[in-house]
Design a protein around this ligand. Structure first.
Ligand code: GLN
Length: 488
């Protein structure tokens, strides 16, 4: 059961080949046996999992099943889950049990999907390696000496190691796509505003977006169908009606114009990754697509722009963690100032503190125009680059990351080297576009991700392009050796 796609699991549940309780039990057993080696989950509540699965089985038996009824899904520990701890990978929220569900969780619950557990992540989603978690680093199932990417590294590792059939993640600058690439799975960051942010712990509110992570584009489409849609409780969510994201799967790629930004294939891209991407592009050509060179001339400005805007927004969002309302509180404060400072000193890790310092500096009265305002202006230019490209092409393709997964510890003392990991992913968030990563082969046994970028609200087309690739290739069906075997 553990190596079936979500689509196959839905069919199996309907055909009564197995029950949701059996399916959930299978994943719980695998988590218990294998996750000590990966550390991909922070919280798994077995009793709640089995109760939800039993309720799903009743619903299926009553003939009232929705698409995802009975399917276990792992959720990044950034989404508020009623009655289940939501830590966001931080000591600050180690004791936080939300009294409500994020809209996205609520939607899955209404469908009767099972919350399998909460996955490990970089603290407050800040990072590209899942090493900054208060709960310790996550390991890459393909090679446990490597990072799984971040910040949704727990979700990516859990899916890759077959500990969950699918998972949710969030992507502020690449945190769905980059770990998907490093772990050899498929992930999509939808258009900004497509999925509600209510109940998703805020990092950088103008960039954050939730999306699905699974083995295939088809499975991502099935999950996105439940996640997407207008939420009156999130003022940045789009009123545009959500689509059936499976409806266009299988459409021909004949005549599709794929743009290759020359800036994504130049210096900095590792040779092995470049070869895999070039090979993948040939498959699209074989299916009738044409490749067109395009340019995103402000690409070199995306890292500095993002690393002003994201920390600025983070510094204001994280000001709520003051030891008064909820979360960690230092013991025996002598006065209010001591309460604030010691709570934050103890509750936040080094990367979070670094971002708060950068953000507060960039927003301070004397520097606002020089940094934050300037970054917003450059953000507009970056967005215009994409608008110009999409006049010539339908989708944009390139690498997700400069190279495959790196060793644990290799960049943890060098924040700038870590930030360079995001070179091909950040612009998509700055422009609010949908982007995805799909498995496109291996370099020395390490997975490589192909990135596809679409027009605003072009998720259906992106998923179809990915699906067509996956019909013709089997990279998404490869499994790490350690994940094979165990409870079936
Ligand atoms: N790696 C980027 C950062 O550290 C992106 C993180 C994310 O998308 N949440 O900010």
């Amino acid at each position: 059961m553990h190596d079936k796609s979500v689509a196959q699991l839905i069919a199996g549940l309907r055909a009564k080949q197995f029950t949701s309780v059996e399916l959930s039990r299978c994943f719980l057993d695998r988590i218990a046996a294998l996750d000590p080696g990966y550390n991909s989950f922070i919280t798994v509540d077995e009793t709640a999992v089995l109760a939800a699965a039993a309720a799903a089985d009743e619903r299926i038996a009553a003939g009232e099943a929705a698409t995802l009824t009975g399917i276990p899904i792992a959720h990044k520990d950034i989404f508020c889950t009623n009655g289940i701890r939501t830590s966001c990978g931080s000591r600050m929220l180690d004791n936080f049990v939300p009294p409500y569900d994020a809209t996205l969780i609520d939607k899955f619950n209404r469908e009767g999907a099972v919350i399998l557990g909460k996955t490990n992540m970089d603290e407050f989603a800040m990072g590209s390696s899942s090493e900054s978690s208060y709960y310790g680093p996550v390991r890459n199932p393909w090679d446990s000496s490597l990072v799984p990417g971040g910040s949704s590294g727990g979700s990516a590792a859990a899916v890759a190691a077959l500990l969950a059939p699918a998972a949710t993640g969030t992507d502020t600058g690449g945190s769905i796509r980059q770990p998907a690439a490093f772990c050899g799975i498929t992930g999509i960051k939808p258009t900004y505003g497509r999925v509600s942010r209510l109940g998703m712990v805020a990092f950088a509110s103008s960039l954050d977006q939730a999306g699905p992570m699974a083995h295939s584009a088809e499975d991502c489409a099935l999950l996105l169908n439940s996640m997407a849609g207008y939420d009156p409780l999130d003022s940045t969510s789009s009123e545009l009606p959500a689509e059936d994201y499976t409806a266009r799967l299988g459409d021909s790629l004949q005549g599709l114009r794929i743009g290759l930004p020359k800036e994504y294939f130049g210096e900095g891209l590792q040779a092995g990754t470049a070869r895999r991407i070039e090979q993948a592009l040939k498959e699209f050509e074989a299916q009738g697509a044409t490749l067109v060179e395009v340019s995103l001339p402000h690409s070199h400005l995306t890292i500095p722009t993002y690393y002003v805007i994201a920390p600025a927004e983070a510094s204001t969002n994280l000001s709520r963690f003051d030891g008064v309302r909820y979360g960690h509180r230092c013991s025996d404060p002598i006065d209010l100032h001591d309460l604030y400072t010691r709570t934050r000193e103890e509750g936040f890790g080094a990367e979070v503190k670094r971002r708060i310092l950068i953000g507060t500096y960039a927003l301070s009265a004397g520097y606002y125009d020089a940094y934050y305002k300037k970054a917003q202006q450059v953000r507009r230019l970056i967005k215009q680059d994409f608008t110009a490209c999409f006049e010539q092409v339908d989708v944009i393709a390139g690498p997700t990351t400069p190279g495959p997964a790196f060793a644990l510890g290799a960049k943890s003392d060098d924040p700038v080297a870590m930030y360079l990991e995001d070179i091909y992913t950040l612009a998509v968030n700055l422009a609010g576009l949908p982007g995805m990563s799909i498995p496109a082969g291996f370099v020395d046994g390490k997975p490589v991700g192909l990135q596809l970028i679409g027009r605003h609200f072009g998720e259906s087309q992106l998923l179809n392009v990915a699906h067509r690739y996956q019909l013709a290739t089997d990279w998404h069906l490869q499994r790490p050796a350690g994940a094979i075997g165990g409870a079936a």
